[in-house]
Design a protein around this ligand. Structure first.
Ligand code: FES
Ligand code: FES
Length: 857
């Protein structure tokens, strides 16, 4: 019997062999202790054991006899109040999944060192990964906490107006800091059972037979589900339904993550035992490991329609002629790897039967309506029978756009008529969800004697892995943005996205643009050298200005502030010995003629205004954005608003959280609804009277801009409703160690400066990883990686980041002028690092992550 104290209470357990994290979460329901990796590599499970910060996913209960364990729930009320306030005030909370672990590491530090330096803090949180924030604001929060505790400062009462530009506290900061907010795995339902899929043994193999008879003899086995049990369409997929929910007998698997059978058991720990008893006969087939192999003549077809998922061409002007007539020409090949989102919260879904013939799905995905549509098709039920509710999402970055666990939870719950949870282990998460596309790019760029770009020509070969996911649009964005944010008119880009037997690739912050930007910006540095001007100067001479035309034909609108961004970083670039610079731009919204609608309902209920939007918050602070836009439109303080979480029974379809679109699209839909409410409120003498009289009214807002399709024959097509622009300077020391990043951003009007900075800092650090350390190695389609080996940046490695927000105000009317920043922040980082290393050692690196650097020998 293990006996120890948890948060001041004596607890006992006979389950001496279970890990501490399981006991704390499942037996004591202490939800602040999060399981991010289960292998001691991420710090989300941090607790204090006899005053030391320890990962609760490692020790077994037998080792804890007589110990004192403290979780965030066990902090004093004063500590809770201070941590919650300081983390909210510093803008340190985004998805929040890492935050309770950070709080524990901070407490361990502050108990011994009440006046830590920033370096002390970096050291104290060295075992805690945060994938969202870039650490700076977390360090700020801990410094502030230390000051409050040391000086016994009272918690100030904040009086927010919630207007645009105010550092209004995130609405979910407190619950995320203290661990009381519910992510899907924190959600428990009476009588819940568990499901897990048996994955294919080979990347490509024919399933000859599945025998579940031994599995059914296991006492915990409730049901083995195979493809034959699926009542509806077995194919899922947001845009192209090509992904088998389960591979049928006779079918051929397409990657190692393919599900062959689904086990449902009474207890979580029985899942692996039951799965091991399912016998599958395979005929192993040779796998296609690369797009080149997949495009070869006589290559086997991964999908019936062929191995080419998407072919994109962009041709304007006459690139061949312009290149032939140009003074300087650079042609290079670039290789970009698969990379992993590594969001901190592994995927989880809970499906619960609702009445006799319905289901409620609790999900941590990026779009409740896509999930509803696809699961209804899988189960062959109408949408009224499936209510989808969004829980807190512990990071997504595009990796939670596709379904991974949701359809299996729903299918199992539908068949066994019981609440079912499906939770991925970190290793399942790494294997199954789509990655950032690996791309091979041949890129030619030409300019005249003054460094004015004349043309580009590019061929992009993209490995989209086993399933379409978002591979088509990702390739489109790689192509549409290949030319960079510059003013020239000859462009010839051909892109191919090709199926292979690798894990699927899909949406990932930047959506194809980081890859082609790396090639474009690299070539630009070489051209500058040939012309005899600096990398800054060549960008300044070519930067697109308002009224000028981007290479895709779109006229840059009045808000375009790339020139101002370049001017803002000029001193940082020119004052540094070893610095690189890169520009980037990113669309807001799907664009290119694809229907794209933001929707929002405001309803007056019991004296409050409910904001109802299905826009998923994956860490960016969507509910806070919507409240600030509502305050700005209605001139009403934030206390009057209730921002609801996504729920298909309450919130209208605002589309997926993708393409940096929600701030602009759902924001403008809210503004439209708010203007209608404002008009009605003007009929009353006071706000209280107005809200009382308007009780029960609903105001609907929609934003539905029109864009032109790819290949439009208009002279100046509108590909996207808005673009944000950015320039980054990366400075190295003489050893090649990162010294500072200076990042200037044109993101339109700023909703919340701290939140915008947090997005930028987090995006920059993700970009540092992309450039220097992150990889997702595959050997013959088998991933060879664990979470701790992904190469994610930690606080101690993260350099100073200076963020400069540059805005040409009043130029865009929609969404109070906000353009969004979610993806833009990551795009210029890797090429800026490449330029800095080129300056340092003269080696022109064409492959990511870069080799022979301080970070990777
Ligand atoms: S869950 Fe324990 S360190 Fe990641
Ligand atoms: S806020 Fe740290 S991982 Fe999301």
């Amino acid at each position: 019997m293990a006996k120890f104290m948890v948060n001041g209470e004596l607890v006992e357990s006979s389950q001496e062999e279970i890990r501490l994290i399981r006991f704390l979460r499942e037996n004591l329901r202490l939800t602040s202790v999060k399981e991010g990796c289960g292998e001691g590599a991420c710090g989300t499970c941090m607790v204090l054991v006899d005053g030391k910060a320890v990962c609760a996913c490692i020790p077994k209960l037998a080792k804890l006899n007589g110990k004192q364990i403290i979780t965030v729930e066990g902090l004093s009320q004063r500590e809770k109040d201070v941590f919650a306030f300081c983390f909210a005030a510093s803008g340190a909370v985004q998805c929040g999944f890492c935050i309770p672990g950070m709080v524990i590491s901070a407490k361990a530090l502050l108990d011994n060192n009440p006046a830590p330096s920033r370096e002390d803090i970096k050291k104290a949180i060295r075992r805690n990964i945060c994938r969202c924030t870039g650490y700076k604001k977390i360090e700020d929060a801990i410094l502030m906490t230390a000051e409050f505790m040391r000086e016994d400062k009272p918690i100030p009462k904040m009086d927010f107006q919630g207007r645009m530009g105010e550092n209004f506290f995130r609405v979910d900061a407190v619950e995320k800091t203290l661990g009381s907010g519910l992510y899907t795995d924190d959600f428990e339902v009476e009588g819940m059972v568990y499901a897990k899929a048996l994955r294919s043994k080979y990347p490509r193999a024919r399933i000859l037979a599945i025998d579940s008879s031994e599995a059914y003899k296991h006492p915990g086995c409730l049901r083995i589900i195979t493809a034959d049990d699926v009542p509806g369409n077995i194919k899922i997929g947001h845009l192209i339904a090509d992904w088998d929910a389960l591979i049928a007998v006779g079918g051929i698997t397409r990657y190692l993550g393919d599900a062959v059978a689904l086990a449902v058991t009474n207890k979580k720990e029985e899942l692996d035992e039951v799965l091991a008893l399912i016998k599958v006969d395979y005929e192993e087939l040779p796998a296609l490991t690369s797009p080149k192999q997949a495009l070869a003549e006589n290559a086997p077809l991964i999908h019936e329609k062929g191995n080419l998922l998407s072919l994109q061409t962009i041709k304007r002007g006459d690139a061949d002629r312009a290149i032939a007539n140009s003074k300087h020409i650079v042609t290079k090949h670039y290789s970009l790897p698969f990379t992993e989102h590594a969001f901190m919260e592994p995927e989880c879904a809970v499906a619960v039967p609702d009445g006799n013939d319905g289901l409620i799905l609790y999900t941590g995905g990026q779009s409740i309506y896509d999930e509803q549509r696809e699961i209804c098709s899988l189960l062959n039920i109408p949408p009224e029978k499936l209510r989808v509710k969004g829980m807190l999402v512990g990071g997504g970055f595009g990796g939670k756009e596709d379904m991974s666990v949701q359809h299996h939870a729903a299918l199992a719950a539908w068949l066994v008529k019981n609440p079912v949870k499906v939770l991925f282990s970190r290793q399942e998460s790494l294997l199954i969800h789509p990655k950032r596309h690996a791309m091979e790019i041949d890129f030619t760029t030409a300019c005249d004697e003054n460094g004015i770009i004349t043309a580009i020509k590019a061929e992009i070969l993209s490995d989209t892995g086993a399933y379409a996911s978002l591979g088509g649009p990702v390739l489109q964005r790689a192509c549409t943005h290949a030319g960079g944010p510059y003013n020239y008119q000859n462009i010839d880009v051909v892109g191919k996205a090709v199926y292979t037997n690798n894990p699927p690739a899909g949406a990932f912050r930047g959506f194809g643009v980081p890859q082609s930007t790396f090639a474009m910006e690299g070539n630009l540095n070489l051209l500058a050298e040939m012309v005899g001007i600096t990398p800054w100067e060549i960008r300044f001479r070519n930067a697109v200005r308002p009224g000028q035309v981007l290479p895709n034909g779109q006229i840059a609108d009045e808000s375009t502030a790339l020139e101002e961004c370049l001017l803002a970083v000029k001193d940082a670039f020119e004052g540094a010995q070893y610095a690189g610079i890169a520009s980037g731009f990113k669309n807001s919204g799907l664009g290119v003629g694809v229907p794209d609608i933001g929707r929002c309902i405001l309803s007056v209920e019991k004296g409050k205004i409910h904001i109802r939007s299905s826009a998923a918050c994956i860490g960016q602070g969507m509910l806070t954005v919507l409240i600030q836009m509502a305050c700005e439109t209605l001139h009403i303080p934030p206390d009057f608003f209730v921002a609801e979480t996504p729920d298909t029974s309450r919130t209208p379809n605002s589309g997926t959280t993708t393409a940096s679109r929600q701030t602009l699209f759902s924001g403008e839909a809210l503004v439209v609804a708010a203007r209608k409410l404002k008009k009605d409120l003007e009929n009353y003498a006071s706000l209280d009277e107005g809200l009382a009289k308007l009780e029960g009214r609903e105001y609907y807002g929609e934003y539905k801009p029109v864009t032109d399709p790819m290949g439009s024959d208009k002279p100046f097509p509108v590909s996207h409703v808005a673009y944000g622009y950015a320039v980054q300077v990366v400075e190295l020391d003489e050893l090649g160690k990162l010294k500072k990043v200076t990042a200037a951003y044109d993101l339109g009007a700023v909703v919340n400066p701290k939140a915008a900075e947090g997005q930028i800092e987090g995006g920059v650090v993700m970009g540092l990883g992309y450039g220097l350390t992150e990889d997702f190695p595959l050997e013959d389609c088998y991933p060879k990686v664990r979470y701790g080996k992904l190469g994610l940046f930690r606080a101690a490695e993260t350099p100073e980041i200076e963020t400069i927000i540059v805005t040409r105000k009043g130029c865009i009317e929609t969404a109070h002028g906000a353009k969004g920043v979610g993806e833009l922040s990551t795009i210029p980082t890797a090429p800026a690092i490449q330029g800095a290393y080129y300056k340092l050692d003269g080696i022109f690196r064409q492959k990511l992550p870069m080799e022979n650097t301080y970070y990777r020998k």
